[in-house]
Design a binder for this molecule. Structure first.
Ligand code: 2BA
Length: 109
């Protein structure tokens, strides 16, 4: 068994989760926050059989897309890098960041 942890954009979460549940997967949706942008995103947890991992990855790939987002770089202290010219830069966010972990045991009581 594997635990799939997928960080997806909020905009993609309903479609992604909907398709996964429609296909019979069990999932948990967590509200999360990205460390870099400090904006909300969604973390999906799915416990699946080994042979289902590829299907889940396909669904995530088909429903989560990359988007460019403007962000103003901040210094470690939280201030703008250059107070006079805080140029926004574009970062490419998503489609999804996915971790696949081995599950030692899954217990339901
Ligand atoms: P954030 O940490 O808010 O990152 C949003 C986007 O900012 C990232 O998109 C990436 O394009 C950029 N970014 C992040 N850290 C950066 C850095 N140190 N320097 C330059 N650009 C940086 P994604 O890579 O698609 O990540 C989207 C979200 O997925 C992240 O939101 C974070 O919540 C999660 N994530 C990504 N990689 C992760 C990892 N290795 N471990 C845990 N969470 C991760």
């Amino acid at each position: 068994m594997k635990l799939i942890v997928a960080v997806v954009q909020d905009k993609d979460a309903p479609k992604c989760l909907g398709e996964l549940v429609r296909r019979g997967f069990r999932a948990t949706r967590l509200a999360s926050t990205g460390g870099f942008l400090k904006e909300g995103n969604t973390t999906l947890l799915l416990g699946v059989d080994d042979e289902q991992v590829d299907t889940v990855l396909e669904v995530i790939g088909a429903t989560c897309r990359a988007r460019e987002q403007l962000v103003t770089p901040l210094t470690a202290s939280g201030g703008a890098v250059d107070a006079y010219m805080p140029y926004p830069v574009e970062v490419l966010v998503g489609g999804a960041t996915v971790f696949v972990l081995e599950v030692v045991k899954c217990v339901k009581t």
